[in-house]
Design a protein around this ligand. Structure first.
Ligand SMILES: Cc1cc2nc3c(=O)[nH]c(=O)nc-3n(C[C@H](O)[C@H](O)[C@H](O)COP(=O)(O)O)c2cc1C
Length: 197
């Protein structure tokens, strides 16, 4: 009976042109499709265990040669958040957030030579994991770029007393979502090339 139902559902999905991944039963795909940058938050605070889950999500990212050349600075000091928001206008929403995570590359942990730059991709993968995890947990977050802006790196490094080998890639203000946001439709078929350009 179970096999019969499975075959029936599979036949329906195939006939409707949907892949299994596109159905609403796949929460990961749902999260990816529905995430969007959130820049305003409710007054509720993000709990410590939620922050730890976000950090675990970040550290679950893939990285070149599994170097994991990242470090995370969690910010929940409101006075510091106010200061950061004043100094870094592109991250002004941090003033209203509950906390923030700064995703950093640790050059001492990175690969040597030209491969050193993989830290940027590795930390970007960690960042996207954090953003997706935040969305799935009913939180709102936004990637605010720091690297490669020299002035932004300098300002944030000073405010957080970062050592020389630690480069901030971005700052992610995080809060509890105060409303649902319609994700942007970014689907562009003309960006896809099969086998050759
Ligand atoms: C590398 C990078 C840097 C970004 N920097 C900022 C920023 O400084 N401030 C900001 O408000 N949003 C920033 N964003 C968020 C983008 O504006 C946002 O992702 C884009 O508009 C698409 O919207 P969505 O995230 O809602 O899909 C940045 C995103 C990326 C990937």
């Amino acid at each position: 009976m179970r096999i019969k139902s499975f075959l029936l559902i599979s036949a329906f999905i195939l006939a409707s042109g949907l892949s299994v991944a596109q159905t609403e039963t796949n929460q990961t795909i749902e999260t990816i499709f529905n995430r969007s940058s959130v820049r305003s938050y409710s007054d509720k605070q993000v709990e410590k265990d939620q922050i730890m889950t976000l950090l675990r999500a970040g550290m679950s990212a893939p990285s070149a040669v599994n170097k994991q050349p990242w470090a995370f600075v969690v910010i929940d000091d409101k006075a510091l958040m106010e200061k950061i928001g004043e100094e870094l206008k592109n991250a002004a929403m941090i003033k209203k957030a509950s906390c923030a995570i700064v995703v950093c590359g640790d050059l001492k942990l990175a690969l040597d030579g030209v491969a050193q730059e993989y830290w940027i991709q590795d930390c970007s993968a960690a960042t996207e994991n954090i953003l997706l995890a935040a969305h799935s947990m009913g939180l709102g977050a936004v990637w605010c770029g720091i690297y490669p802006g020299k002035e932004r790196i300098e300002k944030l490094s000073n405010l957080l007393s970062l050592p020389e080998n630690i480069i901030p890639l971005n700052i992610i203000p995080i809060g509890v979502r105060d409303k649902e946001q319609e994700p942007k439709d970014k689907w562009k078929e003309d960006r896809i090339h099969w086998n050759k350009w």
